[in-house]
Design a protein around this ligand. Structure first.
Ligand SMILES: Nc1ncnc2c1ncn2[C@@H]1O[C@H](COP(=O)(O)OP(=O)(O)OP(=O)(O)O)[C@@H](O)[C@H]1O
Ligand code: SF4
Ligand SMILES: [Mg+2]
Length: 336
């Protein structure tokens, strides 16, 4: 008997999302009528993100992870596509309607030293969104801020509320950034490499706060990282991006233990493992990630792929479900 796994309705449905950045041209070149070039940072990505999941998003530097995360919540304007959230295409919203939806879709940036205004106290940093959105009356602000600080384990909150960001450690600042998002009662948080700037010794406490928030409030996360081992630890599923495209998507364990796309295999082969006798894939990729201004034809990975064959150079592989819940974009898995 075929087992049918019934998935819940997606919280977020990204459909054919594109984000192209214009390449700045010199005045002379534009006078000469040279064609405008584009950085195709995100190039036609469709993915469903389910309620209460942590979806890891991995890939080399420059693969488009940050651009995808920011476009998804409309922190930057999309070039094309749709993002359906609560039956509404948020790419079509304007003005106050957009503001209302945006409040539910938050982001935590990579650098806690850069993303928090150093002139505000922790109370004012965390309260800002509450006040701008008129979510609580002024006399209830301290209570809401204290509760968010408790949720991110900055306790007792009165010890932190009147401090300035420079009086906190990097890990504590990143927890303030999480509290700032949390007071707005978000459904979805894009966490863009939230621990990569932090000392290894304090990463776990920030990551545990995120895992707790998923459990306690059912918040859904897009967890962006370079680090596939960390993605496995944190995520329910992992998506892998290469040069603006999604190349593989599966449950975390499946993706790490049985990667199908040669690019994923190579990323996994590059993870250092503590046990030198452990079995490891032997896939090695050559060279650097090419420019997204003029990406390679066919499969974008073809100039670096050890398994490349003729078809790869001319035909773009589509992302297909090759086993239940396991999607891959590679001609090696096309059934004749
Ligand atoms: N504002 C911008 N204008 C022009 N090009 C941009 C802009 N932002 C990003 N890009 C380009 O888009 C591509 C994808 O960048 P992005 O920052 O999304 O990658 P990433 O996967 O997050 O990389 P990293 O792991 O280094 O953070 C890169 O080639 C980058 O140079
Ligand atoms: S489609 Fe071809 S070039 Fe691309 S990953 Fe698969 S085998 Fe390699
Ligand atoms: Mg990035």
């Amino acid at each position: 008997m075929i087992k049918v796994i019934k998935m819940p309705e997606p919280l977020i449905k990204a459909i054919n999302v594109k984000k192209y950045f214009p390449v700045r041209m010199s005045f002379i070149r534009s006078l000469k009528g040279e064609e405008q070039k584009w950085v195709k940072a995100v190039d036609d990505i469709s993915i469903d993100i389910y309620p209460k999941e942590i979806l890891g998003l991995a890939g080399e530097s420059g693969s488009g992870k940050t651009t995808f995360g920011r476009t998804l919540i409309r922190l930057i304007e999309p070039t094309a596509g749709s993002v359906i959230y609560k039956n509404v295409d948020i790419f079509k919203l304007k003005g106050s309607e957009l503001k209302n939806y945006r409040r539910k879709l938050q982001i935590i940036f990579q650098d806690p030293y850069d993303s928090i205004n150093p002139r505000l106290t922790i109370r004012d940093v965390v309260a800002e969104g509450l006040l701008v959105n008129k979510l609580v009356s002024k006399d209830k602000v301290d209570e809401a801020v204290a509760s968010a600080l408790e949720d991110v384990k900055l306790t007792p909150p009165e010890e932190f509320i009147n401090r300035y960001p420079h009086e906190l450690s990097g890990g504590q600042r990143q927890r303030v950034a999480i509290a700032r998002a949390l007071v707005l009662k978000p459904d979805f948080i894009v966490a863009d490499e939230p621990v990569s700037m932090l000392d290894v010794s304090i990463r776990a406490e920030v990551l545990n706060v995120m895992l707790d928030l998923k459990e306690k409030y059912g918040i859904t996360f897009l967890f962006i990282t370079h680090d596939l081992a960390l993605a496995k630890h944190m995520s329910d599923r992992i998506a892998v991006m290469y040069l603006g495209k999604l190349v593989e998507l599966a449950d975390s364990e499946k993706l790490i233990d049985n990667p199908l796309h040669p690019y994923t295999q190579a990323l996994i082969a590059a993870i250092p493992i503590p046990d030198p006798t452990a079995k490891k894939a032997e896939v090695k990729i050559k060279g650097e990630i090419p420019s997204p201004i003029n990406p390679p034809s066919g499969c974008r990975f073809h100039p670096r792929c050890p398994y490349v064959f003729d078809r790869c150079k001319v035909e773009e592989p589509k992302l297909k479900e090759v086993e239940p819940g396991h999607f891959v974009a590679c001609h090696l898995y096309d059934k004749p």
